[in-house]
Design a protein around this ligand. Structure first.
Ligand code: NDP
Length: 289
């Protein structure tokens, strides 16, 4: 019998279809692996349909954006979905524009598909939302969102009157850290706001010891003929409003990750995984790295 697959794309609030499996880039471009290897890995990911690339002005002080710029040179810009993030202390009047222009320069592009507030700082959410809107008007970003905001911050964002233009909230979410399932995930889904799961592989398992080697994960992987990493990605992607952005610096890893949509976890799988990594039974403060 042929395996059922997960939907490869998700529709954002403004109707745009984006791939549900994208590519993270934290620590890329900093010399931890050969530059050509990292660049080619990103390009391979794009070839495999992972055309959403997530970066930030913070990553390596712009080095990640520069590497992404190098990787996408010569590719069809309209086929890509570039995401970057502004530091909270740059997210005010005047400063946000300066940060954005610098990100665009490093990426070698004249617009971002999505610009996120990296986390909440002291700049009022209304001021950041107004600045984001101004950049949409200037054609420098296609849309905006936030990151590391819990549902109570999101409620506040909605009260600014501009919150309904926020298309995504990027938060930590993996099998070993399921707090968002208690409230935030449903809150976002109800409003059509995408949940972008960062650290979907728990940073290769290092955020939760034993995650990738857990017997429940292995048994699930064996049942579908897939790998533990693919189980982790598939787990967060079974919820309809989720996008995952695993980071890889080798072709083998990115190719493996690209295959994570090609199966569906069964009820028995979910029960097994719930037994090993229980869903939250009460509110949990938002997990961050
Ligand atoms: P991930 O959970 O994506 O894990 C990355 C690690 O997993 C790397 O060590 C990578 O190794 C390894 N890996 C990748 N693929 C596989 C595989 N198939 N099997 C086994 N190991 C694998 O962690 P990140 O912290 O990178 O999170 C993903 C992205 O989310 C970031 O890169 C960044 O873009 C974003 N992010 C956003 C944050 C925010 O505050 N908004 C915070 C943190 C991350 P290798 O490199 O050797 O391939």
């Amino acid at each position: 019998m042929e395996e059922k697959k997960l939907a490869p794309t998700l529709r954002l609030l403004d109707g745009t279809e984006v791939p549900r499996l994208g590519q993270g880039t934290w620590y890329l471009g900093e010399g931890l692996s050969p530059r050509a290897q990292e660049r080619d890995t990103l390009r391979r990911g794009v070839e495999l349909g992972m055309t959403l690339i997530d970066t930030a002005e913070m990553y390596g002080d712009g080095q990640s954006e520069e590497l992404v710029g190098e990787a996408i040179r010569g590719l069809d810009r309209e086929q890509l979905f570039l995401v970057s993030k502004v530091y909270p202390f740059h997210a005010g009047r005047g400063q946000l524009e300066r940060s954005l222009e610098a990100s665009l320069r490093r990426l070698g592009t004249d617009y971002l598909d999505l610009y996120l507030l990296h986390w909440r700082g002291s700049v009022p959410l209304r001021e950041t939302a107004e600045e984001m809107e101004r950049q949409v008007q200037r054609g420098k970003i296609r849309r905006w969102g936030v990151s590391n905001l819990d549902w109570s911050d999101m409620e506040e964002l909605m009260e600014t009157g501009l919150g309904d233009h926020c298309v995504a909230d990027q938060v930590l979410y993996h099998l070993g850290s399921r707090g968002v399932e208690y409230d935030l995930q449903g809150w976002l889904a109800q409003r059509g706001i995408a949940l972008m799961a960062y650290c979907p592989l728990a940073q290769g398992g290092s955020l939760r010891r034993g995650l990738l080697s857990h017997p429940a994960v292995w048994e699930t992987a064996r049942n579908h003929g897939v790998t533990p990493a693919q189980v982790l990605l598939n787990f967060v992607l079974q919820r309809e409003n989720v996008v995952a952005i695993p980071k890889a610096s080798t072709a083998a890893h990115v190719e493996e990750n690209a295959g994570a949509l090609d199966f569906c976890l069964t009820e028995a799988d979910l029960q097994r995984l719930d037994g090993a990594f229980p869903p939250p039974s009460r509110p949990v403060p938002l997990d961050i790295v």
